[in-house]
Each structure stands twice: as structure tokens, then as C-alpha cells.
Design a protein around this ligand. Structure first.
Ligand code: SF4
Length: 333
């Protein structure tokens, strides 16, 4: 029996290289060794985007199309949409009943989400009820599939602590049933945005998986370099090249990185030329992903079928788990 993994992504728009390198690339590897359940978290998107839902449905399709393009294989993994598995909402109710308020308030997920909400114009510091419940809903997502493992970055281990607490509380109250999901650490490259800050759509510093070659090449030309370097033959400092050299270290081969470093330090490489080469390099790595993306874009019925089939599979497992939960809680059936 393979161990079960659950992981999801909020459906707030097309994905960028930060998502690919930090999350999806790892998922692609995991799907060979585990029973993977990957979900598009449209309810979680609503916790902060409740006032602008025009693109919510399309965002869900875009996120899943990006996953497929990156190599998430519906033959190996269950790909589903959170709202197409209503059992999650029901489990969320039962878990909400046993979760003390102060557990939710101290949860780092809620704090991160509250930050997003605070930046919304006119929101002040208001946190809506749905957002307050975000950590419980996240726990319901994980426990719905009775997951063994949740892939997380080293900075996110604390995020699933509440799920483990809720699991223990449920098992103590009603009887041992749920697995206590363990964090599975990602060994992923972290990529900053073109301006050196965290990569994000709202910061307009991202490169999207769905960007064209031309768009990517153009964006790379805006990447921050060694700020002290004014002319091509100035001696460069790759370690102080805030973005471009960091990208080389992620995407280049060992030989390429060594060559860029040496030529930069000797003043033999201009930043414009360096970034042109970097753009070509990144485009060559993304070429097969973009080709797959085009294929799915041209066959939207295929994406729809994958979503429906995956969500049915997820519902089946969710139904079994929920049935057991109802027995344990002794709810009327
Ligand atoms: S030559 Fe390349 S590595 Fe050196 S500072 Fe310019 S962009 Fe950065």
C-alpha cells in the first residue's frame, strides 16, 4: 500500500515559475511513489477573493492546465477541484466543532491569509468568518483523504501543526481513525521575482508558465543585476547580481554557471547579453512544458474530463472517510 499525499493550490490565477520550481516539480516526482491527491483550492481562493469571482472558474481551469503542462499525470495522480468534493465542507463542520478558537487564532496559515486580506483596499484589519476557518478547512482537505503526508517547504512545517492537533483531538474524542499527517519536506529551489522580491502575480515580477517565449525573454531583460556595474567591461560581482545570476544558478548547468561567473568577474560579459542568453536558456527548459500547455489549451474538453474524473475519484475516497466519521461521531445517517 502506497502512502497517501494531499496537496493543493489556491486558484487565484495562472501559475508562475515560483509555483513550478517550489511545488509542482516536487509533485511530479512524488506521483511515482505515493498515492497523490492534488486539488485546486477554489474555496480557499474565496476566503480572500469573495468580492471578485468573475475569473474564479477560469482560474481553476488555468491552474489545473498549468499542472498538466508541468507533468502532473492524471493516470498517476488524482486531480480534483475542492468544491466538486462537497464532503470536504461536511467534514469541515465536524472539525470546526472540536477546534478551540485559540488554535485557529495562533495558526500561521491564518496570519498569512490575513496579511493578504489587509492589503485589500478598504478592508482595514477585518477578517471574515470564512478566513478565520481557513486552518480548519485546510485540515478537512488533508483529513478528507486520510492523508499520511503533506509536502511542505521547510518554512511551512508549522502550517500543518493544527491539522495534527485536530487529528489527535478527533481520535481522542471519537476513536482512533485518522492518520496523523506528517510533513514531507520539499528540497526545492526558491526563485525570487525579477525585482529581487518574492515572486508573485500581484507584484508584477513573475514569469508565468503560460507566458510566451517572447514575453519571457522580454521579462528577463528587466531582471536586476549587479547594481554597481555600469559598463560592459566593469569587473562584475556575480554574488551581488541580485536576480540574473541567481536565475543562472537555478537553470544553468555547472559549466554554464562557471563560465558566466568567470566572464562576469573578468569584465568579459555585458549584462544585456548575459540576460539574453539567460532568457534563451529558460525558454529552452520551458519549451516542452509550453508545448503540453498549448495542447491542453487547444483541447479544453480534455481538461474538463480530467477534472470531472479526478473529482469523482476523490469523492469516492471522501465518501468512505465521511461515512466512517459519521459512525464515529454518531451522527444520524
Ligand atoms: S554579467 Fe550576468 S552575472 Fe554578471 S552582473 Fe551582469 S547579469 Fe549578472
Amino acid at each position: 500500500m502506497k502512502k497517501v499525499i494531499v496537496s493543493g493550490m489556491r486558484t487565484t490565477g495562472k501559475l508562475h515559475l515560483g509555483h513550478y520550481l517550489g511545488v509542482i516539480k516536487n509533485w511530479v516526482k512524488l506521483q511515482d511513489d505515493y498515492d497523490c491527491y492534488f486539488f485546486a483550492a477554489d474555496w480557499h481562493a474565496l476566503t480572500t477573493k469573495y468580492d471578485d469571482t468573475n475569473e474564479l472558474r477560469q482560474n481553476t481551469i488555468d491552474v489545473i492546465t498549468d499542472w498538466l503542462a508541468c507533468g502532473i499525470d492524471p493516470e498517476k495522480s488524482v486531480i480534483y477541484v475542492q468544491s466538486l468534493v462537497p464532503e470536504v465542507a461536511e467534514l469541515n463542520v465536524y472539525l470546526g466543532m472540536i477546534t478551540p478558537q485559540n488554535w485557529v487564532e495562533r495558526d500561521p496559515t491564518l496570519k498569512d491569509m490575513a496579511k493578504i486580506l489587509k492589503t485589500k483596499e478598504g478592508q482595514g484589519s477585518q477578517v471574515n468568518y470564512g478566513l478565520m476557518g481557513y486552518p480548519v478547512l485546510m485540515s478537512a482537505d488533508i483529513m478528507m483523504m486520510n492523508a499520511d503526508l503533506v509536502p511542505v517547504g521547510s518554512d511551512q512545517v508549522a502550517h500543518i501543526e493544527i491539522t495534527r492537533d485536530i487529528t489527535r483531538r478527533f481520535n481522542n474524542l471519537y476513536g482512533e481513525f485518522f492518520h496523523e499527517a506528517q510533513p514531507l519536506l520539499n528540497e526545492c529551489a526558491l526563485i525570487c521575482g525579477l525585482d529581487g522580491n518574492k515572486m508573485g502575480k500581484s507584484f508584477k515580477n513573475d514569469i508565468k508558465i503560460s507566458d510566451t517565449e517572447e514575453e519571457t525573454a522580454k521579462k528577463i531583460m528587466t531582471a536586476i543585476t549587479d547594481r554597481s556595474r555600469l559598463r560592459k567591461d566593469d569587473l562584475g560581482h556575480p554574488d551581488e547580481c541580485e536576480v540574473a545570476f541567481k536565475y543562472w544558478q537555478i537553470f544553468g548547468s555547472d559549466e554554464e554557471i562557471a563560465r558566466v561567473k568567470e566572464e562576469c568577474e573578468k569584465g568579459l560579459r555585458g549584462c544585456a547579453q548575459c540576460k539574453r542568453e539567460l532568457g534563451a536558456k529558460i525558454n529552452s527548459i520551458l519549451a516542452p512544458i509550453r508545448e503540453r500547455r498549448r495542447y491542453y489549451e487547444q483541447n479544453p474538453q480534455l481538461v474538463e474530463e480530467i477534472i470531472r474524473t479526478g473529482s469523482q475519484k476523490a469523492r469516492q475516497r471522501a465518501g468512505e472517510v465521511l461515512d466512517k466519521v459519521k459512525d464515529l461521531v454518531k451522527i444520524y445517517k
